[in-house]
Design a protein around this ligand. Structure first.
Ligand SMILES: Nc1ncnc2c1ncn2[C@@H]1O[C@H](COP(=O)(O)OP(=O)(O)OP(=O)(O)O)[C@@H](O)[C@H]1O
Length: 598
C-alpha cells in the first residue's frame, strides 16, 4: 500500500506540475510579452524548464515505486492460487477444465498486476487532477470553467451505461480464452489419439470455431470501446470550441486578459489526457475486476474436504481398514440414479491382502478413492484402525495409506524424485545435508524399484537421475506403471491401495512383480482392484462388489464355489485376458513374420 499510494502521489505531483506551467505562461504573456520586458522572459522560461524536469522526475518515481510491490502481489496471488488448487478436492478438479485454471493463473493475474501498477494509479490520479483542474479553470473564469465542465456531463452518462455492457463482454471474453486454453491443453495431451484416429482436421475445425467466437467477443469489446472513445474525443473538442468562441468574445469585451485566455486553454489542454484516459482506464478497471472475480471464483470455492479442527492420530498403525455402511454418489450424478455405493461393509484385517472384484463401472475405483479422502463418503464411514479417516489430518492419513493407479502419472522430475515422492524426509535437500539420509534414500529407492520390477530405471541415460514425465524421457505404459507402483511401495504405508496397477504389464513381468509384492504385502494391508484372474490369485481373500454392495467375501475358490455372479465376473475377466494375450501374440507373430521376410 505505501508504495502504491506513494506512486499515486508522485503521479498527482507530476500532473499538478503540468497544471502549473499554464500559470507561468499567463505571467509571460500578460507581463514581459505585453510590456516588452525581454530580460524578464528568461527566468520565467527557466522556471518552465524546471517544472518540466520535475514532472519527468515524478513520472520516473511513479514507475520505480510500483514495480517491486506489484510484481510481489502478482507472485503472492499466484502462489495462493496454486496452494488453493492443491488443497481443493478431486471433485473440484473434475468440474474445472485445466485451461480455465491456467488462464486464471497466468493472464488474469498479469492483468491485475498491470492494473495495480498503472490502471489504478492513473485512474485515481486523473480523477484528482480533473478536480484540481476544474477548480483552477473556475478560478480563472467561472463562466468558461462551468461551460467547459458542463460539457463533461454527457461523458459520465455514457460511461455509466458503458460499464454494465462492457463488464459482461469482458467476462465472456476471459472465459472464452480459458476454454481455448483448455482445448490447446487437451489436444496437446491427446495428440497421439488425435493422430491415430486421423482427427487432427476435426480438432482444428472445432478450435477454429472456438477461436472465432473469442474473436467476435473481442470485436464486440473493441466496438464498445470505440463507441466510448468517440464520446471521449468529441465532448472535450466541442467543449473547447464553445469555450474558445465565448473566451474570444469575453476578451474582446475586456472581461478577460489575453494571458488569462492563453492560460485557460493551456490548462484545458493539460486536462485533455485525464479526460481522454478515463474511458480506457474504465475499461481496464472492468477487465481487472473480471480477472479478480475469476480469481476469487476459485479462492472462494468451499472446500468440503478439510482437516478436522481437533485431529485424531493413529500412533502405531496396525493397518486395519474398514468400510462401514458406506454410501457414495458423485455430486453431478442425476437424481434418478441411486447411490453408486449403497451400503458397503468390508473389513480388511491388518496384513491382509484383499482383491476387489466387480463388473466394469461397479464402483471399485470409487471405493479405493474413499480411503484417502480423494472423495468423502456421503454416508457411513471409512476407518483405519478404528479411527474415521475424516478425523485425521489429510497429511497423516496419506502417510498411512499409499495409492497406485492404473493411469500412472509421473511428474517432470527424476526417477528418484518421482519414486520418493511420498517420503519427503528422504528428499534431495535432506539427503544432501546428511549422508545417512542419502544412504537410506538409496536403499528405499533400490528396494522399491526391485519390488516393482523397475530395474530398467538404472539403464536410462542418467540412471535414476534421468528426468521422466512430461517434457522428460518417454516411458512405456508398463514402465510408468511400475514406477508408480515403486512410488506407492516406497511410501512404506500401513495400507496399500492398488487400483489395477499391473494392467499394462505382460504376464511374465506381472508374475515377477506379484512375487516381490508378496514380500511387502506380508506386513502391509492391501486393497487391490483386480482386472485379471492372476491379480486375484495374489490376494488372501476376494471381495465382490455388486450393485453398490459387497455381496460376497472369501477366498477365490470359495467364491468360485458359492457365488454365481463371481463366476460370471471371473469368466468375463478371463475372456478379456485371453483376448489381450491373443492380440499380444498376434503382434509378436507379425513381428516374427516381418523379421522372416526381411
Ligand atoms: N468423477 C466422476 N464423476 C462422476 N461420475 C463418475 C466419476 N468417476 C466415475 N464415475 C462414474 O461412477 C461409476 C463407477 O466408476 P468407477 O471408476 O468407480 O468404476 P470401476 O468399477 O472402477 O470401473 P472399471 O472396472 O471400468 O475401472 C461409473 O458409472 C462412472 O461413470
Amino acid at each position: 500500500m505505501p508504495a502504491i499510494v506513494g506512486s499515486m502521489f508522485a503521479y498527482l505531483a507530476a500532473q499538478l506540475i503540468a497544471l502549473a506551467v499554464p500559470q507561468v505562461l499567463e505571467q509571460i504573456v500578460d507581463g514581459p510579452l505585453a510590456h516588452g520586458e525581454r530580460d524578464q522572459v528568461v527566468p520565467l522560461a527557466l522556471l518552465v524548464f524546471g517544472l518540466g524536469a520535475a514532472e519527468a522526475a515524478m513520472f520516473a518515481l511513479r514507475r520505480w515505486l510500483v514495480i517491486g510491490p506489484t510484481t510481489k502481489i502478482e507472485a503472492r496471488m499466484r502462489n495462493a492460487l496454486y496452494a488453493r488448487l492443491q488443497d481443493l478436492p478431486v471433485s473440484f478438479h473434475d468440474r474445472w477444465p485445466s485451461g480455465q485454471l491456467l488462464s486464471r493463473a497466468v493472464s488474469d493475474l498479469g492483468l491485475i498486476r498491470r492494473w495495480l501498477a498503472f490502471g489504478l494509479i492513473l485512474l485515481v490520479g486523473n480523477l484528482l487532477v480533473l478536480v484540481a483542474g476544474a477548480v483552477i479553470l473556475i478560478s480563472m473564469s467561472w463562466v468558461l470553467g462551468i461551460v467547459f465542465l458542463a460539457c463533461a456531463v454527457p461523458l459520465w452518462i455514457v460511461g455509466y451505461r458503458f460499464e454494465g455492457r462492457y463488464s459482461e463482454v469482458a467476462r465472456r471474453s476471459q472465459d472464452q480464452s480459458g476454454d481455448l486454453a483448455t482445448m490447446v491443453e487437451e489436444s496437446v495431451h491427446g495428440i497421439r489419439v488425435l493422430k491415430a484416429f486421423g482427427r487432427g482436421k476435426h480438432a482444428l475445425r472445432s478450435f477454429r470455431e472456438q477461436a472465432e467466437s473469442l474473436r467476435s467477443t473481442e470485436i464486440e469489446k473493441a466496438r464498445l470501446d470505440a463507441n466510448i472513445w468517440v464520446w471521449i474525443l468529441i465532448v472535450p473538442a466541442v467543449a473547447l470550441s464553445i469555450c474558445l468562441a465565448l473566451g474570444v468574445w469575453m476578451a474582446s469585451q475586456g472581461q478577460l486578459s489575453v494571458g488569462q485566455l492563453v492560460a485557460f486553454f493551456a490548462t484545458a489542454a493539460v486536462l485533455a489526457w485525464p479526460i481522454e484516459s478515463i474511458g480506457f482506464l474504465l475499461a481496464f478497471s472492468l477487465d481487472a475486476r473480471t480477472a479478480t472475480d475469476r480469481f476469487f471464483d476459485i479462492m472462494d470455492t468451499e472446500n468440503e474436504i478439510t482437516d478436522p479442527e481437533r485431529a485424531a492420530a493413529v500412533e502405531r498403525p496396525r493397518g486395519e481398514l474398514a468400510f462401514n455402511d458406506v454410501h457414495f454418489r458423485y455430486q453431478d450424478s442425476p437424481d434418478r440414479f441411486g447411490d453408486l455405493l449403497d451400503g458397503v461393509d468390508l473389513v480388511l484385517q491388518p496384513g491382509e491382502t484383499m482383491a476387489l472384484v466387480g463388473l466394469t463401472g461397479s464402483g471399485k475405483t470409487t471405493m479405493t478413492a474413499l480411503t484417502t479422502r480423494l472423495y468423502d463418503v456421503t454416508d457411513g464411514s471409512v476407518t483405519i484402525d478404528g479411527v474415521d479417516v475424516r478425523a485425521l489430518t489429510r497429511d497423516e492419513l496419506r502417510r498411512h495409506i499409499a495409492m497406485a493407479f492404473e493411469d500412472a502419472t509421473l511428474f517432470s522430475a527424476s526417477v528418484r524424485d518421482n519414486v520418493l515422492l511420498g517420503r519427503p524426509e528422504l528428499g534431495r535437500e535432506a539427503a544432501d545435508a546428511d549422508p545417512a539420509v542419502a544412504a537410506e534414500a538409496e536403499r528405499v529407492l533400490d528396494e522399491a524399484l526391485r519390488i516393482a520390477q523397475a530395474g530398467f530405471a538404472y539403464d536410462l541415460p542418467d540412471g535414476v537421475d534421468t528426468k521422466v514425465g512430461e517434457e522428460g524421457m518417454s516411458l512405456s505404459g508398463g514402465q510408468r506403471q511400475r514406477l508408480a507402483l515403486a512410488r506407492a511401495v516406497a511410501a512404506k504405508p500401513s495400507v496399500l491401495v492398488l487400483d489395477d496397477p499391473l494392467s499394462a504389464l505382460d504376464v511374465a513381468t506381472e508374475a515377477r512383480v506379484e512375487a516381490e509384492l508378496r514380500t511387502v504385502l506380508a506386513e502391509t494391508t492391501a486393497l487391490i482392484v483386480a482386472h485379471r484372474p492372476s491379480t486375484v490369485m495374489l490376494a488372501d481373500r476376494v471381495a465382490l462388489l455388486e450393485e453398490g454392495r459387497i455381496t460376497a467375501v472369501g477366498t477365490h475358490s470359495e467364491l468360485l464355489r458359492e457365488s454365481e455372479h463371481y463366476r460370471y465376473v471371473i469368466s468375463s475377466l478371463e475372456e478379456d485376458e485371453r483376448r489381450a494375450e491373443a492380440e499380444a501374440s498376434d503382434r509378436l507373430l507379425d513381428d516374427d513374420r516381418k523379421e522372416a521376410i526381411r
